[in-house]
Design a protein around this ligand. Structure first.
Ligand code: FES
Length: 566
């Protein structure tokens, strides 16, 4: 199909057309491109692919569908890779420090490849947690026509009637340590919890970011919920490739779509569905790369008034496949739009507004009240995530309210300077009712890399202490975390944030209703302690983590390393 694309002035024309670009064309001929293919626009298919885990194991197979879609829109598609750090496989180990760092690497590698080779736009295929925000950050940093497509989540596992996800393995490990289940039971859960390729099945970070891609307008409506093994995934890949052609033709760039309103809509969905707290970090990073003034204060304002209407694991009992079966993310967005919670004029990759796109979206009306409620009959009247402020977190902290039955917790601090010591203390039964486990020096700069504390939080829940013990950390939580867990405490301990001044036995107050995180000591005492604080020696002195620690900004700003949009 020929289109008006051939008339457009595109980056690829400057690089690959004209007599004196013979040298550049020669290399594309070497990989088999024909005269016809060299005449078209040039689209990049960025694929986050890796065999080192299930989340992105199958994504290479999706490339051909994206390429076919591009070809149908007069665009020649060439695939390039980007990296994957598998969160679950690195969880609870030193390797987890590379997870958030990988988000920056992914954005950087996309910038390098797409810019160096003069592509006219790209489709990014993500999967595991950091691949998705990394691709989204590159889309707005480069500000070119681009479409996001998710690789899809795994099918849920089953043990009898019990629906399993990776969260069940962690909590079962906690139960095994406490002698509550046998090794055979744990083994059976291990074998069944993640039965296919694809990302983790619950509304953890990967599915949170995939859902957000629809609300942001950078992915096609309905594209985030089909599981990795579904034929509809290939169809959405094809349509995403085709959509890129239209974006290039119409000159619509990522920052035309990712505006303040789009980030607002994404946050509404995040809060309404009690998605992963990592979503906050990533939305702040995407805003930073887009040059949009969208802050933790904006997120706080949204979280105070949007109801919690989507019940999925870990806060509820459903997985992505269940949401897909009732119509997917558009069902949620439509309810939120109809009740005035969304900014419907935001543009999407189709070139239409979110309102128009939702109006035209076709899905069968099936009963969905068990997963998605109308905002007038919410699961909870305010959102699933709260931002906390106070003398322990002057720049903010994040609490996932929906994953805890508690609104307020006051307890005594048990302070640890790394994750291992905290985990060992829980294992040795040294953590008890009324404790607030504080894990500090695990922030973006301190760890470095702000690892997730899922091993400790799961051990607490698995030990039956989920409602009697809280946690406060300058690290992160997995999307699978449950309980009264406060993360992203900013400023972090490594830069002298107040969390560094906590002592064992201090009374700590977490109040999700008032949005407060305080240590109950006199201001003068807190000041005195902070004045005598001495920084810890850096944990890492060379390599990637040291480079990251030197560049990274506060979690309250998205823990970014780049100066902003190009
Ligand atoms: Fe990749 Fe959960 S470990 S999505």
């Amino acid at each position: 199909m020929e289109s008006s694309l051939r008339e457009r002035r595109l980056p690829s024309r400057q690089r690959y057309h004209g007599v004196l670009n013979a040298n550049h064309r020669a290399f594309l001929r070497s990989i088999g491109l024909t005269d016809v293919e060299l005449t078209r626009a040039l689209g990049c298919i960025v694929v986050a692919w890796s065999e080192a885990g299930p989340c992105n194991f199958h994504t290479l197979e999706l490339v051909r569908h994206v390429r076919a879609g591009m070809e149908s829109a007069d665009v020649t598609g060439l695939a390039v890779p980007t990296i994957v750090v598998n969160d679950n496989i690195s969880m609870g180990t030193e390797g987890m420090r590379y997870s958030l760092v990988s988000r920056e690497l992914i954005a950087d590698t996309i910038e390098a490849q797409v810019s160096a080779h003069a592509f006219d736009g790209f489709v990014g295929i993500g999967g595991c947690d950091k691949t998705q925000p990394g691709i989204m950050m590159a889309m707005v940093r480069l500000n070119m026509p681009s479409v996001y497509i998710y690789g899809g989540s795994a099918e849920p596992g089953f043990l009898g009637d019990r629906k399993l996800t990776i969260e069940d393995i962690y909590e079962s490990m906690g139960s095994y340590i406490k002698g509550k289940i046998t090794e055979d039971e744990l083994y059976e859960i291990e074998r069944r919890a993640h039965p296919t390729v694809g990302a983790c099945a619950g509304l953890f970070t990967a599915n949170t970011m995939a859902s957000i891609s629809e609300a942001l307008g950078i992915a096609l409506l309905g594209s985030s919920t089909p599981v990795a093994t579904s034929a509809r995934r290939a169809q959405y890949c094809y349509l995403s490739g085709q959509t890129l052609g239209k974006l290039i033709e119409n000159g619509i760039k990522a920052r035309d779509i990712v505006t303040y309103d789009a980030l607002y809509n994404a946050t509404v969905l995040l809060v309404a569905s009690a998605g992963s707290t990592n979503g906050i970090l990533h939305l702040l990073a995407i805003a930073h790369e887009a040059g949009v003034d969208f802050t933790l204060q904006d997120i706080d304002e949204i979280s105070n008034r949007v109801p919690y209407i989507v019940s999925m694991k870990p806060a509820g009992d459903h997985v992505m496949a269940d949401l897909d079966a009732v119509g997917g993310v558009p069902v949620v967005l439509k309810k939120l739009l109809d009740r005035g919670y969304l900014r419907g004029e935001a543009l999407t990759v189709t070139g239409k507004t979110l309102s128009q796109s939702l109006k035209e979206y076709r899905y069968a009306k099936v009963s969905h009240e068990h997963i998605v409620r109308d905002p007038s009959r919410p699961f909870k009247p305010t959102g699933g995530i709260r931002i906390l402020w106070g003398n322990l977190a002057p720049e903010g902290a994040v609490l996932k309210v929906a994953a805890t039955g508690l609104a307020r917790f006051e307890g005594r601090a048990r302070v640890f300077n790394d994750e291992d010591s905290a985990f060992e203390a829980v294992k040795r039964n040294e953590v008890s009712d009324g404790d607030v486990v504080v894990i500090r020096y695990v922030g973006p700069r301190g760890a470095p890399g702000m690892p997730e504390m899922l091993r400790v939080t799961s051990a607490i829940v698995g030990a039956g202490l989920g409602s009697s013990v809280a946690m406060v950390t300058d690290g992160r939580f997995s999307g699978a975390t449950r309980g009264m867990m406060v993360g992203h405490v900013s400023p972090e301990a490594a830069v002298g944030g107040p969390i560094a001044a906590l002592h064992d036995g201090d009374r700590v107050l977490i109040d999700s209703v008032a949005g407060k995180l305080n240590v109950l000591i006199e201001d003068s005492e807190l000041r005195r302690r902070l004045e005598s604080w001495k920084p810890m020696a850096p944990r890492v002195k060379a390599g990637l983590l040291a480079k990251y620690a030197a560049l990274v900004q506060s979690a309250s700003k998205g823990a970014v390393t780049s100066p902003g949009p190009l």
